[in-house]
Design a protein. Structure first.
Length: 146
């Protein structure tokens, strides 16, 4: 894998009042990418995915335990932005999470659907007592001449 040109890590307790730190850092990271495709829509979609992923990590990642943390890592590569959100809660099966039942208009349960809709790739890793949701969004098309 190629080396990141920029990497930033944020760790915070599993408290909702820290969510604004992750979304603010998301906006700053997007602003630092000087590519025509990284426009306000790209930044908005990225911030939305970060907000949803961090909200899930806070709510399901042992929220309220003093020593429980959420870790968000932003990595900018030549062609894409990769964001990892990790927590210490119980694991889940990403493939087993269905889309929301839209006709019933549930108040909750749209997070992973939104993330999948706005990001190019979404993966889940469970290991060493941590859950990590890895999201990737391309801002430059891969050259076929490489």
């Amino acid at each position: 894998m190629d080396e990141a040109t920029l990497e930033a890590t944020l760790k915070f307790r599993t408290r909702m009042d820290h969510l604004c730190l992750a979304t603010a850092l998301s906006r700053l990271i997007c602003a630092s990418i000087k590519e025509p495709q990284v426009d306000s829509e790209f930044a908005y979609q990225t911030e939305l995915a970060v907000s949803e992923a961090c909200t899930n990590a806070i709510e399901h990642g042992l929220s309220g335990k003093d020593d429980s943390k959420v870790t968000v890592v932003f990595q900018v590569f030549d062609e894409r932005l990769v964001i990892s959100v990790a927590d210490e809660g119980n694991g889940f099966d990403l493939a087993g999470i269905p889309n929301p039942d839209f006709p019933s208009h549930p108040e909750r349960g749209y997070g992973l659907f939104i993330i999948r809709s706005v990001m190019d790739e979404v993966d889940y890793i469970r290991g060493e007592g941590r859950n990590t949701l890895v999201m990737s969004k391309r801002f430059r098309k891969r050259s076929l001449l490489r």
